[in-house]
Design a protein around this ligand. Structure first.
Ligand code: BES
Ligand code: ZN
Length: 466
């Protein structure tokens, strides 16, 4: 009987045409005022077990310091997450991975003929103190530098055509001891050299107006002397960690061979306690793992917190790329929780890599409809750990509130901005959706597998490389 109601609710949703293919799906008319109370007895098992205070308290614990990837503080969080999983009865695996990291300089200065400009440094610039005459070399392409001797000089280069990294290499090859790149549009230029390289020399950016003024001075034959200081920058190999806890199907004879992943990232950006981004998602993964521990399921549930998300989804990419093909094929869903508890953010939305509905959005729309009388809307979006899963053709969605709170990536992302009501709502929607699929005799939506090609490049909010 219980399962009949669940199946009926899903059928009604399809009939009402909730599943918008593009953009955010609209709430269903006729359900709007239906209010709450359509939960099934199966749903109630999850609702009754979730304790929002557990989530809140774990956020409070984790947000005591920033948890920048590969720092001691991130490692302490990894150990804490592992011990929490273990306290619920899981065996937790800590998976290390290496990446090339960069520590931003604490000092970046540039003076030109005694005037202090306010430059920005490029990611992966080496440290150094250089004084020399400025030489303008256009776009800094190989042809622009052919036959030029820049020994002891600082190269002035315009942004455009080739990457910042190539400009710096070309100038360094010609003998330059430092590089200044000026913007080709208004505003500041916040760029990256792409990756570390021993051949780089200290490199900073200035505005278009500042660059043009220097070019004019040089064109008039003036000698322009610049002093460039970059201190504290460091590129090196570093180690971060993922934490993995698995709940195997209850009964070997009823194992459907499939895996549902529930994920978050536990690292934060420098200077931010990351209460919402993303102690909130991490604490919710822990609570859902605790809630599910003794539930009867025919699907493996895998709870994972990733490291180094803030540096470019490094932990989740490592995880997905290091699974054997056969193992990857078993993963039918990824529920990725990132920023799920801010009192100052908007409503819950889901984001998929291609903007299309999938098993995860179907299940969560069904559970949110039963819980709240409205299905959680979805749209296209990247910028979190669901991306590597989605790119492999796995049904994956990010759960996040939109619009974002003003404290995003700031020192103000602290526990006092966390709403227990928001946490409870997301935990219930996701918990019910996961259980709906993983419990025995599941009658909900079945997996869809879609390969995703030609993803728009602007999905990632990354710094410019050219
Ligand atoms: N928690 C955010 C997720 C996010 C998603 C923020 C969508 C805003 C919109 C995540 O930790 C983050 O900050 N991601 C980076 C991109 C990532 C690839 C380094 C971002 O959005 O700048
Ligand atoms: Zn995040």
């Amino acid at each position: 009987m219980k399962r009949f109601i669940a199946a009926l609710t899903v059928t009604m949703m399809f009939t009402f045409g909730t599943f918008g293919g593009s953009g955010l799906a609209q709430p269903v008319e006729g359900y709007k005022n239906a209010g709450q109370g359509y939960e099934t007895a199966f749903d109630q098992r999850i609702i009754n077990r979730i304790n929002v205070d557990n989530i809140y308290n774990n956020i409070e614990y984790l947000q005591q310091t920033p948890r920048v990837a590969a720092t001691e503080e991130e490692y302490a969080a990894v150990q804490y997450i592992k011990s929490e999983f273990e306290s619920y009865g899981y065996e937790a695996e800590v998976q290390p991975f290496e990446f090339f990291g960069f520590t931003a300089p604490h000092t970046v200065e540039l003076s030109v003929n005694g005037d202090h400009l306010n430059p920005l440094s490029f990611t992966y610039t080496p440290s150094g103190e250089v004084t020399g005459n400025l030489k303008y070399v256009g776009l800094g392409r190989v042809v622009d530098l052919e036959g030029k001797n820049l020994d002891g000089k600082i190269a002035l280069i315009q942004r455009g055509e080739i990457s910042f990294g190539d400009k710096v290499l070309n100038a360094a090859n010609a003998g330059a001891e430092g590089v200044i790149i000026f913007n080709n549009t208004t505003g500041n230029l916040n760029g990256t050299l792409g990756q570390a390289n021993d051949k780089y020399v200290p490199a900073v950016s200035i505005t278009q107006a500042q660059g043009n003024a220097l070019v004019t001075q040089l064109d008039q034959g003036e000698v322009v002397t610049a002093s460039l200081t970059v201190l504290g920058a460091e590129s090196s190999m570093r180690t971060s960690h993922n934490v993995i806890a698995s709940k195997k199907p209850t009964n070997k004879n009823k194992d459907n061979g499939q895996v549902v992943t529930v994920t978050s990232h536990h690292d934060s950006v420098p200077g931010s306690p990351g209460a919402n981004d993303n102690a909130s998602g991490t604490a919710m993964v822990l609570e859902l793992a605790r809630v599910m521990k003794n539930m009867p399921t025919d699907t493996e549930l895998r709870f994972i917190t990733f490291g180094a998300e803030e540096l470019g989804l490094i932990g989740s990419r490592y995880y997905v790329n290091n699974l054997p093909e056969k193992e990857l094929d078993r993963i039918v869903a990824n529920f990725n929780l990132d920023m799920v508890g801010s009192q100052d953010a908007g409503d819950l939305v889901m984001r998929t890599v291609n903007g299309q509905s999938n098993l995860v959005t179907d299940l969560a729309q069904a559970s949110s409809l039963r819980l709240n009388g409205e299905p959680t809307p979805f749209g296209q979006g990247g910028s979190s750990d669901h991306v590597p899963f989605g790119e492999k053709g796995i049904s994956a969605a990010l759960f996040i509130h939109s619009p974002l709170e003003p404290w995003y990536h700031t020192p103000e992302d602290t526990i006092d901005k966390i709403s227990k009501e928001k946490l409870e709502d997301v935990a219930q929607i996701v918990g019910i959706a996961v259980y709906d699929y993983a419990s025995f005799d599941n009658q909900g939506p079945k997996p869809k597998k879609q390969k995703v090609h030609n993803l728009p490049a602007d999905m990632y909010h990354e710094v410019s490389i050219r």
